[in-house]
Write a protein that binds this ligand. Structure first.
Ligand code: 6PG
Length: 480
């Protein structure tokens, strides 16, 4: 037994993670893949790395020192279950199986429970940062038992990205907590991407600037408070020219956005938890809408505003407005995402420290951004903060952005440019800060047709109006 850590599944993410592990002092990495070919390729291509290859699960287990620790990097779903079954056969109580894929957190809860019966630890760990992150330092969100964290913590710290001198990994909480937080991360990623895409579209159609020119705007934004990985790569994508046609690449890419499902999970989960993650939901819906070519064809002739109805008068002011709208909407997306984390933690009994989550998202992951530092500070100042957007720093952001944000949303509507994430984030913001909401009327309607009752602002109790009788009010039994 020469290896202290193993990796199962040597597709790109697995290979890169194995190489990352092998490159850190103190690690020797056992590697296994269902077909040996991939194992051989990795050995051939990276002679510098000290790998201990195995061609069977038995060999793999024998090559690991105890407690055996293995990270599974296979496609989420059935494949994961098969590998877990195979590993539980050859591992012993106290050993640790880590699923580093994008598993649905409820699957992780189920698997953790089943594996625990054997005395083996099962850890669902969210790993973000794509291929490059896996190789050079991802952000890692492990769940699982405290016992497994003792062994796993130092190993994961050795490979994680480092932000402000701290490794981007923390023990998020028990069983499925890590995959839950990774799922929310991906939801925020969807919102962030959609907001950036809307900003691009508004600038392009509002000013007529070319993708290359807009690339420069994003590169400029990336020097300021919006600095983030997603803004940075947006500038890269926009300046890319297609070799075949000489056109901007973005103009030859089919405008139908795909997804692997984690954004959908976030929204489904949030709906169950009763948390309005409207920015994330709009991002998911925007991808769905884009991928309906038959409907889009059929609707292409629907009436819209005059092509030239909208043109930014003052281009610089318009672009700055879009930047502010993007920043404000982004704060809302994170605020909603953290609300979902709080609700999930409560529902599933996890002790998740929001400040720690903000910290480990500062580096390595897809949503890494300068402004995560502000979120970290906000939760450090007030761990019980009820809504991120109400932290003093973000109140200040809203103060500076809200007028421009409203104008951008109005311009978009007037111009017929879809900006679902910008506009729904603004509606959420206004809903949240409203003194009175028309929810009172909805309650009245519910009471009218279904005797669903309502509460009053001026006295305790539950009431019902006798709508089909003399319309007097009676005190009722609470039936929400
Ligand atoms: C990350 C990413 C990654 C994700 C893909 C797929 O954090 O590294 O979130 O885990 O799987 O980017 O996302 P889609 O749903 O857009 O395909």
């Amino acid at each position: 037994s020469q290896a202290n850590i193993g990796v199962v599944g040597l597709a790109v993410m697995g290979s890169n993670l194995a190489r990352n592990l092998a490159s850190r002092e103190g690690n020797t990495v056992a590697i296994f893949n269902r077909s040996y070919e991939k194992t051989q390729t990795l050995l051939d291509e990276h002679p510098e790395a000290e790998f201990v290859p195995a061609s069977t699960y038995e060999e793999f287990a024998a090559s690991l020192s105890k407690p055996r620790t293995a990270i599974i990097m296979v496609q989420a779903g059935k494949g994961t279950d098969a590998v877990i079954d195979a590993l539980t056969e050859v591992f012993e109580p106290g050993d640790i199986i880590v699923d580093g894929g994008n598993a649905l957190f409820t699957d992780t809860i189920r698997r953790e429970k089943a594996v625990r019966e054997t005395g083996i630890n099962f850890v669902g760990a969210g790993i973000s940062g794509g291929e490059e992150g896996a190789l050079n330092g991802p952000s890692i969100m492990p769940g699982g038992s405290d016992e497994s964290w003792v062994t796993l913590g130092p190993i994961l710290k050795s490979i994680a990205a480092v932000a402000e001198g701290e490794p981007c990994v923390t023990h998020v909480g028990h069983d499925g907590a890590g995959h839950f937080v990774k799922m929310i991360h991906n939801g925020i990623e969807y919102a962030d991407m959609q907001l950036i895409a809307e900003a691009y579209d508004l600038i392009r159609r509002g000013t007529g600037k070319s993708p290359a020119e807009i690339s420069e705007i994003f590169a400029e934004w990336n020097k300021g408070e919006l600095e983030s990985y997603l803004i940075e790569i947006t500038a890269e994508v926009l300046k890319q020219v297609d070799a075949d046609t000489g056109k901007p690449l973005v103009d030859v890419i089919l405008d139908q956005a795909g997804s692997k499902g984690t954004g959908v999970w976030t929204v489904q989960t949030a709906l169950d938890l009763g948390i309005p993650v409207s920015g994330i939901a709009e991002a998911v819906f925007a991808r769905s809408l884009s991928s309906k070519p038959a409907q889009r064809d059929a609707a292409a002739a629907l009436p819209g505003p005059d092509e030239n109805a909208f043109r930014a008068q003052d281009e610089d002011a318009f672009i700055e407005g879009v930047r502010l709208a993007l920043y404000a909407s982004k704060v809302i997306a994170y605020s909603q995402g953290f609300d979902a984390i709080v609700a999930g933690a409560e529902q599933y009994g996890w002790d998740i420290k929001k400040g720690e989550i903000a910290k480990i998202w500062r580096g390595g992951c897809i949503i890494r951004a300068r402004f995560l530092n502000r979120i970290t500070e906000a939760y450090a100042e007030n761990p019980g903060l009820v809504a991120l957007v109400t932290a003093p720093f973000f109140v200040d952001v809203m103060e500076k952005a809200q007028v421009a944000w409203r104008k951008v949303v109005a311009d978009a509507a007037y111009a017929g440019i879809p900006a679902p994430a910008f506009s729904s984030s603004l509606a959420y913001y206004d809903g949240l800060r409203a003194d009175r909401l028309p929810a009172a009327l909805v309650q009245g309607q519910r009471d009218f047709f279904g005797a669903h009752t309502y509460k009053r602002v001026d006295k305790k109790g539950t009431f019902h109006t006798l709508w089909s009788g003399d319309r007097s009010e009676i005190e009722a039994v609470d039936s929400h």
